[in-house]
Design a protein around this ligand. Structure first.
Ligand code: ATP
Ligand code: MG
Length: 459
């Protein structure tokens, strides 16, 4: 895990809150100055203030203002009506875009990203009060200084996630905040204040109301954070039970003591921690053994636990889950293929590798090896070095196959459908079968990828 962001803050901290100066980008300063010149109030707000105080690079700078959306549009030459109903106008400066939102009070949240209704307000205090956590409810401008009305700075220093106001009420307005609390805790290495955590546990079931897209976005941020092991906390607080009940089953599925120290869920957490911080890899790791509970069998004689066929079973279930969470097709395809094949040990050497290249594509092979290595780190330490050595060996063999240009796909087969038609065969399923047998032969023996040979043997 990274050094806690709160530690970094304590080190950087020298002056009192009122005098603190945040370095804001020139464009943000220009936008704020334009508002102030026209008699409005404006400031940087939310995540960017939090991140700047922590010494983290803010992803984007959001600006809040007392000006109404029409007034904002009148002030700048290039604007986009991003969410005009909710008070958000995007201001374009050079090649950059900045979201500018009118101070507002939110009505109840609907399924979407935005509250059903909003009321504009001239009060920055009211705007800050509608925000989720104290560390996200601070504003800054050079003229206002740091506006911290809810103890955000103290919580940043202490490394605490705490709701603004009464946690139950805030989670009641928008249940997504329950998941956001854990997401920020994973990203920043912060603890969750006990009253906020108690409300997380109590209201976790209400996450059921939240759209799949919003859940997916927050889960992904948690998974690609420096502490993806916070997934365990999602289980402990009852969140996965609502948004990913299949994971709870993993936490309750024991494995065979010969290879494993942990149940499937605890093993999974270790695998997540050992793949790179990439959304596809982290989701794949989370779901790689999702088929195990359905495939679990106990050998009557020796009393051993098996999960035969959990690769294909997991691929099927993972696809259902990823579709439910409204993932894009490219992510689903990669995750499902890696999960389907993660159990492959390549016992038949180059043949298995070519077969696998055919199934998953050469671009995914390195990802499969990454997953297999991470999988090895999640098992008994004494099995690790053998598994890693096997992965090294397989990877070398794969490099050689690719360097030699062995055929592993139908499109590289020396015989095409047209050749069979020319030889007098009628188009139809039988033709596909013959091509399949030819490919099978060539996967076994690449030197057989020769038109004359294949036609002689198979037609
Ligand atoms: P990130 O760095 O991941 O973008 P962020 O804090 O900027 O983190 P956003 O989702 O971009 O998070 O939201 C920007 C700000 O809007 C937050 O800092 C917070 O003040 C407020 N906010 C966002 N979502 C909510 C919510 N569901 N309820 C209350 N306030 C919210
Ligand atoms: Mg943001």
């Amino acid at each position: 895990m990274c050094a806690s962001a709160a530690d970094a803050l304590r080190r950087n901290w020298s002056t009192g809150v009122r005098h603190i100066k945040i370095r804001i980008p020139d464009n943000v300063r220009k936008i704020i100055a334009a508002f102030e010149g026209a008699g409005y109030e404006a400031c940087a707000v939310g995540g960017c203030v939090r991140d700047a105080l922590l010494g983290r690079e803010p992803q984007d700078w959001d600006i809040a203002t007392s000006a109404r959306p029409e007034e904002t549009k009148a002030l700048f030459r290039r604007t986009v009506d991003t969410g005009i109903k909710h008070g958000t106008v995007t201001v374009l400066l050079g090649s950059d875009a900045y979201e500018v939102t009118t101070y507002r009070v939110d009505g109840a949240y609907e399924d979407g990203r935005h509250p059903k209704s909003v009321t504009f307000t001239p009060s920055l205090r009211e705007d800050l009060a509608r925000r989720d956590f104290t560390i996200n409810a601070m504003a800054y401008s050079d003229s206002l200084g740091l506006v911290d009305l809810f103890g955000g700075m103290d919580d940043l220093r202490a490394g605490v996630i705490r709701c603004v106001g009464v946690p139950e009420e805030r989670f009641g307005e928008d249940a997504l905040r329950i998941l956001r609390a854990l997401r920020f805790s994973a990203q920043l290495g912060f603890t969750i204040d006990p009253a906020t955590e108690a409300a997380v546990v109590r209201l976790a079931p209400t996450l059921e109301k939240i759209s799949a897209e919003r859940i997916r976005e927050e889960m992904t941020k948690l998974l690609v954070s420096d502490d993806p092991g916070k997934v365990r906390k999602l289980y402990e607080t009852g969140i996965t039970r609502v948004i990913l009940p299949e994971f709870d089953v993993l936490m309750e599925t024991e494995q065979d003591g010969r290879y494993h120290l942990f149940n499937v869920g605890e093993h999974t957490i270790r695998v997540i921690e050992h793949v790179s911080a990439d959304p596809v890899m982290r989701w794949t790791a989370l779901l790689h053994d999702i088929g195990k509970p359905r495939s679990r069998q106990i050998d009557e004689v020796k009393g051993r636990i098996h999960f035969k066929g959990h690769g294909p079973a997991g691929a099927k279930l993972a696809e259902e889950i990823l579709r439910r969470l409204k993932f894009d097709n490219a992510t689903i395809e990669t995750a499902v293929k890696l999960i389907r094949w993660h159990v492959m040990r390549f016992e038949r050497g180059e043949y298995d590798i070519r077969w696998c290249l055919n199934e998953i594509g050469p671009e995914r092979f390195p990802l499969l090896m990454e997953l297999q290595r991470a999988d090895a780190y999640g098992k008994k330490p004494e099995t690790l070095s053998d598994s890693l050595a096997r992965c090294d060996r397989v990877e070398r063999m794969c490099d050689e196959i690719l360097a030699r240009g062995d055929c592993f796909r139908m499109s590289d087969l020396a015989v095409k459908g047209a050749d069979l038609i020319e030889a007098g065969m009628a188009p139809g399923p039988e033709m596909g079968e013959i091509l399949g047998r030819m490919l099978e032969d060539v996967l076994n023996e690449p030197s057989h990828n020769d038109k004359e040979y294949l036609m002689r043997i198979y037609t």
